[in-house]
Design a protein around this ligand. Structure first.
Ligand SMILES: *Cc1c(COP(=O)(O)O)cnc(C)c1O
Length: 224
């Protein structure tokens, strides 16, 4: 299927899931995950209307941002993969969002290195909602403390939370636990508007639970 067609199918899936959940059809934003696919594929998705792209690996993302420099002012680049503190400078300089912050030190460096002429860098805290030892992210019980610290950093805008629930019978409960954590932080006075939850295989569960941004790769570009 052409990228423009699979993008349209994905948008229709998102809208249908919103309606099924009793939510407004535009309540959920689509982040197109372009990791492993070439800049030409990103350009095709852009031409079909996509405006937000997610990359997992810093070097690969930077190369695509450069290759698509002519489109830079018209789209947003999101880093959704793990970030080490020694790679924070190019990320603070080149990306619009980071979804994978799980340590204060990384957040502090991103804030220090965000160029003054750019708007604050948008941040989601990554939560290890499945509790698997191999997964990155902080534990739900640690989220409030880090959220307040990150919200106080001058060059960051804390927007919300991100997670990758473990597939299987417990997946919906993990999506719901993320939505509950998101609501609890909002109730503490944090102005969060982004629950980054749901991928190609589980976006319906995520939207049912309350996701406001789904990150979709293989359903749009094909298998990696
Ligand atoms: C790869 C990836 C996605 C997209 O996954 P698909 O199954 O291809 O839709 C979303 N989020 C993260 C963090 C990823 O690494």
């Amino acid at each position: 299927m052409a990228i423009s067609d699979s993008l349209q199918v994905t948008k229709t899936r998102i809208a249908a899931a919103c309606v099924a959940a009793g939510r407004a059809p535009d309540a959920v934003r689509l982040l197109v995950v372009s990791k492993t696919f070439p800049a030409a594929a990103v350009r095709e998705a852009f031409e079909a209307g996509a405006r937000a792209f997610g990359e997992n690996y810093v070097q690969e993302g930077l190369a695509k941002i450069e290759a698509l420099g002519d489109l830079r002012s018209q789209l947003d680049w999101h880093l959704i993969g793990p970030l080490q503190s020694n790679k924070t400078r190019p990320v603070a300089e080149q990306f619009d969002w980071v979804h994978s912050v799980d340590r204060l030190k990384v957040a502090q460096r991103l804030s220090e290195r965000r160029p003054p002429q750019l708007p604050p860098l948008n941040i989601c805290l990554q939560i290890n909602i499945s509790g698997e030892a191999s997964k990155s992210g902080l534990l739900p019980a640690e989220a409030a403390a880090l959220a307040h610290q990150v919200a106080a950093l001058p060059r960051l805008a804390l927007r919300g939370l991100m997670a990758v629930p473990e597939p299987g019978p417990g997946a919906l409960a993990q999506h719901q636990a993320m939505a509950a954590l998101f609501a609890a932080l909002q109730a503490e006075g944090l102005a969060l508007d982004t629950l980054s939850l749901g991928m190609s295989a589980d976006l319906e569960d995520a939207i049912h639970a309350g996701s406001t941004m789904v990150r979709v790769g293989s359903a749009i570009f094909g298998a990696r």
